[in-house]
Ligand binder design. Sequence first.
Ligand SMILES: C=CC1=C(C)c2cc3[nH]c(cc4nc(cc5[nH]c(cc1n2)c(C)c5CCC(=O)O)C(CCC(=O)O)=C4C)c(C)c3C=C
Ligand SMILES: [Fe+2]
Ligand SMILES: [Fe+2]
Length: 312
Amino acid sequence: MAKTGVVLLNMGGPDSLEAIQPFLYNLFSDHDIIEIPRLIQKPVAYLISKTRAKSTRKYYELMGGKSPQKEQTLEQAKELQKALGDKYKVVVAMRYWHPFTEEALNELFKDDIDKIILLPLYPQYSRTTTGSSFNEFYRVFKKFNKNIPVIEIKSYFDYPTYIQALVENIKENLPDYKNYYFLFSAHSLPEKVIKEGDPYQLQVMKTVKLVMKHFPENEYNLAYQSKIGPVKWLEPFTDKEIERVAKEGIKNLAVIPISFVSEHSETLYELDIQYGNLAKEVGIENYVRIPTLQTSKTFIKALKELVENVKG
Ligand SMILES: C=CC1=C(C)c2cc3[nH]c(cc4nc(cc5[nH]c(cc1n2)c(C)c5CCC(=O)O)C(CCC(=O)O)=C4C)c(C)c3C=C
Ligand SMILES: [Fe+2]
Ligand SMILES: [Fe+2]
């Protein structure tokens, strides 16, 4: 019997120190994430990746020489496969490092597949992330010459079971949550991308609002992390916000990653090490970083429901 293919889309991360530069080259070569004039994009990507690999290397050394994103995404795929059963086949397609879309589709088409559902591991839509993964999917899919329907799950920033997963995750990891200030931290984006109509910021804000309905007594704010390069990105920045709340006398701070569902350099290095140290310096007594959802039962349930409820 033919199966429905589920392609989990994610960014991918270097799986060794040697993979850092080619991973960065793939990222900076992508016109959907960074708009360098097309004619010079590849040579410029090569130069930036060479330079940036030197500074990025130290984060990955501190994380044991690689990003855990691949393992965690494969675990999510395994759990989702178990939840969906054998009418479905779940594979992982990463945008900038293995397993690439081509590898994912080679694996998928070992079975008889009559429909494909694209499921991004980005709850909030941005053309730089989900949009880029969709575009890459179609470029590669075309080469397989398969005449089967493809259905896109664009985002699930307000999907009730996803919100429930976030709420449970906070309560489970921080039983003392009532005594904490919540600082949600989302990946930043160049302001230009938002001005051109990207819904990412609005969707992140809505996710935060929906989560906070379950914590009516907690004070909170939303900040943005991981800006790179000289252009203006969404603010306030997470580190500046940590400094600001410390000045206001906050002693217990929970930082909650909101646009990531697995761990990687930006949670393990930036939030845990860099901002953990900063929090100590500015007088925060208890700095808690809430882990990403990974294979939380309720998050996997949310993904399963999204797949099963898809129209088409
Ligand atoms: C070039 C500009 C970038 C934009 C725009 C951008 C948006 C964006 N990124 C994520 C999630 C992740 N990004 C990660 C790493 C990473 N991102 C960029 C650049 C842009 N991201 C770079 C150069 C890197 C490499 C690390 C570095 O050199 O700093 C990762 C981690 C990968 C891993 O280690 O596993 C994630 C995850 C989102 C959600 C987003 C916009 C909404
Ligand atoms: Fe990024
Ligand atoms: Fe980043």
